[in-house]
Design a binder for this molecule. Structure first.
Ligand code: GAR
Length: 200
């Protein structure tokens, strides 16, 4: 049996779609969880025939409660790898430790520049000429863990948040399936802050 991947998403789920559209990654995606009932990710999962769960933050008011419920679901489904795809919640230390080395995030900037929830807007407002995409392991600090893949996206004169995010998305949709594949194939070694990809 292959790697069992859970994708966690809050938004429209275009990164989830890129994972579902990759013929190597698709069979690994066992579960999609969202903290928003109206997330496009849940619809995309259902359309693809993948189990989809809405976990209601109102039913689990503290972060610890929510994350414990999430851990329970992932354990029940025998999940090996958790992929955050626009999941807009910060995960507790307990959760992060449970999936250490098996928990990926995608961030719409070149970390450590522009961490946080508004990175595309922040890069524009800063007047940066280049931003990009980072795929990284999640550790207990926000937008901080070892970097697996990064790619730059130039900021063009006249860009607004929408046009820039669209070009960032194009890069994300290429990078994320590649990173998930590397991890699922066991080809990723973490040495301190440095991630090394082992040739197949
Ligand atoms: C993506 O651009 C992702 O990098 C970003 O949310 C978007 C989700 O899009 N994540 C963050 O900002 C995390 N801090 P999607 O729902 O279409 O995949």
């Amino acid at each position: 049996m292959g790697t069992r991947v859970a994708v966690l998403a809050s938004g429209k789920g275009s990164n989830l779609q890129a994972l579902l559209d990759d013929p190597d990654v698709r069979p690994w995606v066992a579960l999609v969880v969202s903290d928003r009932e109206d997330s496009g990710a849940l619809v995309r999962a259902e359309d693809a025939g993948v189990a989809a769960i809405f976990l209601d933050p109102k039913a689990h008011p503290s972060r610890a409660d929510f994350d414990r419920a999430l851990l329970q679901v992932l354990e029940l489904e025998n999940i090996d790898v958790v992929v955050l795809a626009g999941f807009m919640r910060i995960l507790s230390g307990e959760f992060v430790r449970a999936f250490e080395g098996r928990l990926l995030n995608i961030h719409p900037a070149l970390l450590p520049a522009f961490p946080g929830a508004h990175s595309v807007r922040d890069a524009l407002e800063w007047g940066a000429k280049v931003t990009g995409v980072t795929v990284h392991f999640v550790d207990e600090e926000v937008d901080h863990g070892p970097i697996v893949l990064q790619e730059a996206v130039p900021i063009e004169p006249g860009d607004d948040e929408h046009s820039l995010h669209e070009r960032i998305h194009e890069v994300e949709h290429r990078l994320y399936p590649r990173a998930v594949k590397l991890l699922g194939e066991g080809r990723v070694r973490v040495e301190g802050r440095t991630v090394r990809v082992v040739e197949s």
